[in-house]
Design a protein around this ligand. Structure first.
Ligand code: ZN
Length: 211
């Protein structure tokens, strides 16, 4: 038996998502068939509004404006930039009580998957750091040694390679004054930052070591 076209099309869309197999896709499709039209409309609206989100000009996190909530917040500690792989890591770190800024790379270096440094927002991080002094303090020159870059890429092969690459780049830029640290203690090796609980993340942040 063939599924009616609208159902088949929705099922295909679900199935294209990560972690969703044909059975789950079918279940979700038939579930939506039963929900009231109003809720279905809200659901459809949220999906189509997704592409209206913006990438923050400064930290590359996903937000609603050109400058995200975190970058625009004067109460954040602007002397810390935590470098993460994905916006989901930002969400996880926010729950851990971290109060500095972020830089979202949107991935990690992975030669097998064809992801090189140029596919990530690494150059943007470097130019952001170069501009850091002037944007932060206006006319007074700001000391680079006040800045800390926290490398919080995942503790797996790709994450470690990315952290190492950024560290070398920063050093080559002559930015020896910047403190570079690596989050890690307590985080399970090979795990994803976004799945770590708040306490583990808090500990990993507090126990960060010089990279
Ligand atoms: Zn931002």
């Amino acid at each position: 038996m063939h599924l009616p076209k609208p159902l088949q099309s929705l099922k295909d869309s679900f199935e294209s998502l990560p972690g969703i197999g044909p059975k789950t896709a079918e279940r979700l499709t038939f579930h939506l068939l039963r929900v009231p039209q109003e809720r279905l409309d809200t659901f459809a609206d949220s999906v189509s509004a997704l592409k209206q989100t913006k990438i923050c000009k400064i930290c590359k996190n996903v937000g609603e404006d050109e400058i995200c909530e975190v970058c625009a917040d004067p109460k954040r500690d602007k002397e810390k930039i935590c470098v993460v792989e994905s916006p989901l890591d930002v969400l996880a770190l926010e729950k851990s009580g971290y109060n500095g800024l972020y830089h979202v790379l949107h991935g990690a270096i992975n030669p097998i998957a064809g992801i090189g440094p140029e596919e990530l927002f690494i150059e943007d991080l470097l130019s952001r750091i170069k501009k850091w002094g002037s944007t932060l303090s206006g006319t007074t020159p700001y000391e680079l040694d006040k800045l800390e870059i926290i490398l919080a890429t995942n503790p797996d092969l790709e994450g470690e390679a990315t952290a190492m690459y950024i560290k070398n780049k920063l050093e080559k830029c002559g930015s020896t004054l910047i403190r570079i640290s690596r989050i890690g203690r307590g985080l399970p090796t090979g795990g994803d930052l976004e799945y770590a609980d708040e306490t583990t993340l808090k500990r990993a942040m507090e126990g960060r070591t010089s990279a």
